[in-house]
Design a binder for this molecule. Structure first.
Ligand SMILES: [Zn+2]
Length: 256
């Protein structure tokens, strides 16, 4: 008798936690003014900037620190700032910084929330200025699209939901967990496409030839083996599809 009662209570508490997680998610929905897309976000831009600034030194350290040549560092800064000053990025509340990393083996570029953008020397040395602008434009796209903040909110939601499911009926937790992971991966692909699209827009607004973004994809495609590009290729849609979407973006923004 007693165990049946506690079983019901457990289910009720579990449902209440799931309902609370869902309520939280709905009440944290906002429309991104730069992409027009509805997102679930649980932090404000100041918090995003703080997280980015806090993690930046460690991220740089993982790639051998900053590239020692000040001239090249200044050049990366100049291209990044040109993109920010001439585009919608200027209106955003973020604090953009561009860093050239010493790593000459890993072909990679990435952005932290709030505006810290990085490119490794291994990728940098393969690019001309417009292609560098394409890579940096894509990274600024992740910042403007608030993709990290969205991932964090998403994982908070699934953690709460899983807690509710675990309280309600032990085994369900792992099922919900699996669904959560798939959702994260699916959104990851969407993030890359949105960043490509924003990158194209930033290039056009800053006077760079957006067709160089297609060239960047070709360069990344030919980078195989141990020199794979984690940020660009891990969760990305297949390159051909991505190139098609980039060409669509070019037509969309140039037709304006
Ligand atoms: Zn990306």
């Amino acid at each position: 008798m007693r165990s049946r009662g506690s079983w019901k209570i457990r289910i009720l508490i579990g449902l209440a936690i799931v309902a609370f997680a869902y309520f939280n998610k709905c009440s944290n929905t906002e429309t991104n003014p730069y992409t027009g897309r509805e997102q679930h976000i649980t932090m404000n831009p100041e918090q995003e900037i703080a997280i980015g600034l806090q993690s930046a030194p460690e991220m740089a350290q993982q790639h051998g620190g900053l590239y020692p040549d000040e001239r090249l560092q200044t050049f990366v800064d100049a291209v990044g700032n040109k993109l920010v000053q001439n585009s919608i990025a200027r209106e955003t509340p973020y604090q953009y910084d561009f860093h050239l990393l010493a790593d000459d083996r890993t072909i990679n570029a990435f952005a932290l929330p709030g505006g810290q953008c990085f490119i490794t020397y291994a990728l940098f040395k393969q690019l001309n200025e417009a292609q560098l602008a394409g890579v940096m434009g894509h990274e600024i796209g992740h910042v403007i699209g608030r993709h990290s903040a969205e991932r964090i909110a998403e994982s908070q939601f699934w953690q709460q939901t899983m807690m509710g499911a675990t309280v309600g009926a032990g085994d369900l937790g792992s099922v919900v967990g699996a669904i959560g992971q798939n959702t994260l991966l699916k959104n990851g692909r969407g993030d890359e496409l949105e960043s490509d699209d924003l990158g194209v827009l930033l290039m056009i607004q800053s006077g760079y030839d957006p067709n160089e973004m297609v060239e960047v994809m070709q360069i990344l495609k030919s980078a195989a083996g141990p020199n794979r590009v984690p940020e660009f290729q891990s969760t990305h849609p297949d390159p051909e599809n991505r190139i098609e979407k980039i060409k669509e973006s070019i037509r969309k923004y140039q037709g304006r």
